[in-house]
Design a protein around this ligand. Structure first.
Ligand SMILES: Nc1ncnc2c1ncn2[C@@H]1O[C@H](COP(=O)(O)OP(=O)(O)O)[C@@H](O)[C@H]1O
Ligand SMILES: [Mg+2]
Length: 221
């Protein structure tokens, strides 16, 4: 295995005084499937935002495949995110004016500046993996919550990211749908060697991860 991510002495403060993340060291191997747990307010989302280059650390370094990304400017961070990171949130944030397949293709439009037709095949492949091919042309608002979350996962995968960051992806779903989503993420992890970091409050899901990282008041336990 090779190391895909390395955090060295990462601190984050929003107000310049109090640290929300305190001296975080974390090494992640390519293809790992990691659960992140911790109480509300402990710093889980802040950690994901920094790993995903949505935000920058106040101090410390982050290496992606050996390259220090912590000093990237906002433009470089945007490019980095679009190329390497897929985000899945608790709420799907599908755009209501677009149908299912259009929502999945949105990151690709951002990446290439056009609606390249070759990507449509990729999107259909992902929809098939998720057993969603029948709803490709449906209105994104008139499908079930579990289907919407799977569409959001498909959208996170369209640019074939090396890392998927999921912030309570099943927090809004019933337990049966949650375990289906978990299995889907695991299948993708195995098939594409995608690295996953998943914030979860669900102990059953945490127990199924390769490794669990617990954060308590900004510190990894
Ligand atoms: N954008 C922000 N501005 C100021 N404080 C923030 C911001 N985001 C999070 N915080 C604070 O940082 C701490 C950690 O928050 P967060 O990372 O969202 O925790 P978790 O995801 O574990 O619930 C909390 O005290 C929260 O209020
Ligand atoms: Mg959070």
């Amino acid at each position: 295995m090779s190391e895909i991510l390395k955090l060295v002495g990462v601190f984050k403060s929003y107000d310049g005084k109090n640290n929300v993340l305190k001296n975080i060291d974390l090494n992640i191997e390519k293809g790992e499937f990691i659960g992140i747990i911790g109480q509300s307010g402990s710093g889980k989302s802040t950690l994901l935002n920094i790993i995903g280059a949505l935000d920058i650390p106040s101090k410390g370094d982050i290496y992606f495949n050996g390259e220090n990304i912590s000093h990237y400017n906002s433009e470089k961070r945007a490019q980095f995110r679009n190329k390497n990171i897929g985000f899945i949130f608790q709420f799907h944030f599908l755009l209501p004016q677009f149908n299912v397949i259009e929502n999945i293709l949105i990151p690709n439009w951002i990446d290439s500046g056009n609606d390249s037709h070759d990507k449509k095949e990729d999107a259909l492949d992902i929809l098939r993996d998720m057993k969603l091919e029948d709803i490709a042309d449906r209105d994104s608002q008139n499908i079930s919550g579990g289907q919407q979350q799977r569409v959001a996962i498909a959208r996170a995968l369209i640019n074939k990211p090396a890392i998927v960051l999921a912030d309570e992806p099943t927090g809004n779903l019933d337990s049966k749908t949650s375990s289906q989503i978990y299995n889907l993420l695991r299948d993708i992890n195995k098939k594409y060697k995608t690295t996953f970091l998943i914030v979860t409050h669900n102990p059953e899901i945490a127990a199924l991860c390769d490794r669990v990282v617990e954060i308590s008041d900004g510190v990894i336990k």
